[in-house]
Design a protein around this ligand. Structure first.
Ligand code: XUL
Length: 629
């Protein structure tokens, strides 16, 4: 095995990347094709996409991706890449996009190896009905998303069924747009619909392969608890919904079964291969005919496969926006975030919180501090010094909310608000920015704390009951027999909760009551990534608020999506060969084999003040209820 190679693909919006690793997970080679660099003139794309401003449509011509695959493999061949050593491959792609295959596609795919033409010439245009794939940045489906929510009985119900409320970019609303508004005839002619992930793996396998079950959770069509598509949502996506389209029962049933055929069954979570690499790649590039292909998934899902991220671990990505990914075995969907099935572990989920406001909000406060103290543009020294010295909530039970952009979590218009809790009066007071009661220095802790507290408030329900607390059914906390003492073992936790409910009443986030256990649950490990994770003062503050029990880490994730594919293909290959009992579950196996010292910077624990921030969670939850939606 020592010189065997494992490939990981990452087809993102702007580039295709292929990474190879050895069986000890060490990096071997990286190859890339940047779409704009290679094809911006030929396909009129900018940042990998074409946009239609008047309609909000954003899409990529499928030729771009096929040609990128060709070009990347040709570059590897020119570099004498040892394809024969590749034992297995997997990968990930941008989520939600869809590709529409024609009836001729299966034959064209399998004939590739006999064709004298290039892959693009063989497949395009004959293998496709629609020649473009909607991109995740598309926002042309306002009509469709409101129908998805109303047919499901509201945003909350839709999120309970499919793991997310309706979103412009989700595949179900996009399919309805194609089927009803774009071209019903082309939709009818469509033989199969792939996600971008199953499109790329279909090219590699030379046959149309099943959708990856984890990636299929990004469609607003898949019922995560029934492990099947939801018929009512399918009928809507197909344009044959009795309530909306006025169809009779028979037409609705036909629409459902047609769309079921187009989507095909999903490939269930696990380690089973979806096939071997096609004869075309064997003959043209020298792959072994036994080279296994494992289900490709979505890019966010592959990111959690690139790290030893186990149950109750978090990944906090601190970029322009803030994204939080976590692994959990609790299915706790909310209209304000996403839940997907875990890409390798049955019975686990990946929660994904996407905040709009991140770096921009932090930088505004930093700039104001630099203006006041004459600091250099872009320099964090003064900001960090103030942050390092700050007490929790400035020692005055203060919480600030800073949304230069409208926010999704919580759903709120752009705003800047400052609050102080008066513990004697048990009342939340709003403080005016320009009053003498709040200084610009107080904004420093307040911005970082409120961003981290928001994350603590929302991930709590997904990690509650972990770490040795009782494992009872969620009780109705408003029922008369609700007894805190029955559920909470530790005295400290009991005191904390009593104080919290006495002061702030029932804690709410995004319209739902929080289970008390959620408020005293801590993640195991937290990984910090993205631009602001370079700033240790900010990271330390997050550490003290999130209170990871096992440790905090910083990590460079620029190759995560492709590496996730490499590691997944290696793990799946080993499990198929030696059995799950010998290799173990994905996270267990990865934690054991991961090159911690090559990738990870261990940050200290910094959780001494965690208890004090319980008040912060309470104040934030009350303050958020005053924001305008
Ligand atoms: C996730 C999403 C984006 C794309 C980016 O829901 O839409 O993260 O997956 O490629």
């Amino acid at each position: 095995m020592s010189d065997s190679l494992f490939l990981g693909f990452d087809l993102s919006t702007q580039q295709l990347k292929i990474i190879s690793t050895y069986s000890n997970l060490k990096h071997h080679k990286t190859y890339k094709v940047d779409f704009d660099e290679a094809f911006s003139e030929k396909y009129h794309i900018k940042k990998g996409v074409q946009s239609e401003e008047s309609t909000g449509e954003i899409f990529t011509p499928v030729q771009v991706w096929i040609e990128a695959v060709q070009l990347c493999f040709d570059r590897m061949k020119a570099d004498k890449f040892p394809f024969e050593k590749v034992k297995a491959l997997s990968g990930s792609c941008q989520q939600h996009g869809s590709v529409y295959w024609s009836r001729d596609a299966p034959k064209l795919l399998s004939d590739l190896c006999h064709s004298k033409k290039s892959m693009l010439e063989t497949l395009f245009p004959g293998a496709f009905t629609f020649k473009i794939a909607p991109n995740w940045q598309d926002h042309s489906t306002a009509k469709e998303i409101s129908l998805f929510e109303s047919v499901a009985g509201g945003a909350n119900n839709l999120s309970q069924i499919t793991g997310s409320r309706a979103h412009y970019r989700f595949t179900g609303p996009q399919i309805r747009k194609m089927a009803v508004r774009k071209d019903p005839e082309l939709y009818r002619e469509t033989y199969r619909i792939s996600l971008v992930s199953s499109f790329l793996s279909s090219l590699l396998c030379g046959k149309i392969v099943a959708l990856d079950e984890a990636d299929a959770c990004g469609m607003n069509l898949y019922d995560l608890q029934k492990n099947d598509y939801d018929d009512k949502l399918l009928s809507l996506a197909a344009g044959t919904c009795p309530e909306v389209d006025g169809c009779d029962e028979k037409t609705a049933c036909d629409g459902i079964s047609e769309l079921r055929k187009k989507l095909g069954k999903v490939h269930p979570i696990g380690y089973k291969s979806i096939g071997v690499v096609s004869r075309y790649f064997v003959s043209k590039y020298g792959f072994s005919p036994d080279c296994k292909v494992y289900s490709f998934t979505g890019d966010n899902l592959a990111t959690i496969l690139a790290l030893p991220l186990a149950k109750n671990d978090l990944l906090v990505s601190m970029g322009t926006s803030t994204t939080v990914l976590l692994v959990t075995d609790k299915y706790k969907p909310s209209p304000n975030y996403h839940v997907f099935k875990h890409p390798t572990n049955k019975d686990q989920y990946m929660g994904m919180l996407c905040y709009c406001n991140g770096a921009l909000a932090r930088e505004r406060i930093r700039n104001a501090i630099n203006d006041k103290y004459g600091g250099k543009k872009g320099d964090w020294t003064k900001f960090d010094a103030i942050l390092d010295k700050s007490k929790p909530m400035n020692g005055k039970l203060e919480v600030g909310i800073y949304f230069p952009l409208g926010e999704i979590i919580p759903n709120a218009k752009p705003c800047e608000r400052r609050f102080r809790f008066d513990a004697n009066e048990n009342a939340l007071l709003e403080i005016c920015k320009d009053s003498l009661q709040w200084t610009i220095e107080e904004d420093v802790a307040a911005i970082i704390e409120s961003q981290a507290l928001s994350c603590r408030l929302r991930v709590g329900p997904m990690i509650a009951n972990s770490g040795g607390t009782d494992n009872e059914e969620s009780p109705d906390i408003h029922s008369s027999d609700y007894k805190l003492s029955k559920m909470i073992k530790g005295k400290c936790e009991k005191d904390v909760l009593k104080k919290l409910t006495d002061r702030y009443g029932d804690i709410k986030s995004d319209g739902s009551y929080q289970h008390p256990l959620a408020l005293v649950s801590k993640p195991n490990k937290v990984f910090y990534v993205g631009g602001s994770s370079q700033n240790l003062s900010i990271v330390r503050k997050y550490c003290s608020i999130l209170g990871a029990q096992e440790g905090n880490y910083r990590i460079d994730l620029s190759d995560a999506c492709a590496l996730g594919g490499c590691y997944k293909s290696l793990w799946s290959y080993l499990v198929e060969k030696h059995g799950i009992d010998n290799i173990h579950n994905y996270d267990h196996w990865l934690a054991k084999n991961y090159n911690w010292d090559d990738y990870v910077d261990r940050v200290g624990k910094y959780d001494d003040l965690w208890n004090e921030y319980v008040d912060g969670v309470g104040i934030l939850s009350v303050a958020e209820q005053r924001l305008k939606q």
